[in-house]
Write a protein of this length. Sequence first.
Length: 130
Amino acid sequence: MNLRCRLGFTLLEVMIAMALFFMAIFAILGVVSQGLAAARILQSEAPDAGSLAAELFLADRLEEGWEEGDFGELHPDFLWRREITEVGTNGLFRVDFTIVGVRGQGIAELQSSMLLWRPESSSAVPGVRR
């Protein structure tokens, strides 16, 4: 009876185990790296249409047309455009907002719309105030 006593791992088994270990570590590091890059992009705050809409909520009258501008030093890489269109004859207006700017490594374009009722602005009957 020739039984061979095996007390340890062979060099080949150790190398295979190390290769599997490092493949798993590099896969985990890749996922963490992508997550950190995504978090970095989300931290750069982009403006929204809320500040532009707030100005219109304070106005008693609206006129059809469009305006454009920037956000100044608050968001220097972003521009806005606001288009006001009368939807009905009862003073209902649709306001479309477009915000364009550089975000991360690309260009972001944010669009939103809202409806405002301003009966004093209605142009259905000229010269008649409701």
